[in-house]
Design a protein around this ligand. Sequence first.
Ligand SMILES: NC(=O)c1ccc[n+]([C@@H]2O[C@H](COP(=O)([O-])OP(=O)(O)OC[C@H]3O[C@@H](n4cnc5c(N)ncnc54)[C@H](O)[C@@H]3O)[C@@H](O)[C@H]2O)c1
Length: 407
Amino acid sequence: MDKPRFRLRCSITKLIFFWIAILLTILIFFHRTPSSNPNRRVLPSLPAWENVVVQSAKPLANSTTGQSVLVTGAAGFVGTHVALALKKRGDGVVGIDNFNKYYDPTLKRRRADLLRRNGIFVLEADINDSEKLAKLFRSVKFTHVVHLAAQAGVRYALRNPASYVHSNIAGFVNLLEACKTANPQPSIIWASSSSVYGLNSKVPFSETHRTDQPASLYAATKKAGEEIAHAYNHIYGLSITGLRFFTVYGPWGRPDMMYYSFTRDMLRGKPIVVFEGPGHKSVARDFTYVDDVVKGLLAAVDTAEKSTGSGGKVERPAQLRVFNLGNTSPVPVNEVVGLLERLLGVKAKKVVVPMPRNGDVLFTHANVSLARRELGYVPTTDLKTGLRKFVDWYLDYYSESNWKSAW
Ligand SMILES: NC(=O)c1ccc[n+]([C@@H]2O[C@H](COP(=O)([O-])OP(=O)(O)OC[C@H]3O[C@@H](n4cnc5c(N)ncnc54)[C@H](O)[C@@H]3O)[C@@H](O)[C@H]2O)c1
């Protein structure tokens, strides 16, 4: 063989080795770099979300209950508090949320981050996604489902009525279908609303009062939820507890709610619109601090009986309950504004207008005797104390330079 040809062969071989080495380096690099998916960061070696779900659902060693709970709407205001409280006492917790844009999704992402740091995985999915739900229930035998995912708010129905039907009716039915098929069936604790009392004028609102006069589409979908719950309990033996929340407020709250938007606008020096009823009557709400609601909800979880159906058969009637979770002391909106003025050190620029007929009711007032008797529910936080905690959180949350843009 002549020398130049030999040299050419050598250099081609070197070139091939060189490129193979480069390719191998790239492959090793990508294999070792953690995925940008935040859930993968928790468990880098696990290939699919189902495996992360299984980890998140495992009760901790300190668990007194041994329960695995699915929390829908976990990136929401109440969902985040509930998921953290369950995890804190050792329950396994998995969240599901579609992170919709009804209000600033950044806030939902930040709540989900908080949950992730506490070992709670939030699956990004819609409760209408039957396939995802089926996989979820195949991966974990949930003992309980705490169902909080919903289209909340009353006035938004004027703009987007379909979102209420999608989440509060179709989504609820889809979730109940998954629960009914699961083996064993979980017990369900879900959020109804004080809004079901609608135009009822008897006070304080008791579970025995009429709920057939909704004043908003939101209320109508929550009332429909209660009837749907009755049907699934009757046919499939699902143990279901509905909780009628009364104006829940607190840290990590909902930006569309009055106490939150008043705080934001007052700090910005913007006017706030205060509604009043006929004859200049003040609008009043039974504000309930989120920790009190969480305590009531956990008591509902702990007293929930097991579902009684399996494989389409019901062995015996299953538990079906409805409770008010309120604070039992309605506060006029003007008083809320006064409290916020003192806490924020800002004088509100009030614009008082008659309440439009857009779904809001004049007042809410809970009778909680049933919840006290059956769940040991006793709300302990007055509005002044609760609002101070909210304002502290608000100032802290928005003082971080990164989040200034959200003001
Ligand atoms: N906060 C209150 O004052 C109050 C009062 C009465 C009833 N409730 C009920 O309590 C529950 C929780 O309320 P919140 O204040 O935490 O509201 P929220 O809007 O903060 O939380 C609801 C969460 O559900 C998620 N979600 C909505 N539709 C979904 C879907 N189809 N699939 C998956 N996720 C979905 C949203 O992204 C959101 O994160 C709701 O059912 C609400 O109707 C709340």
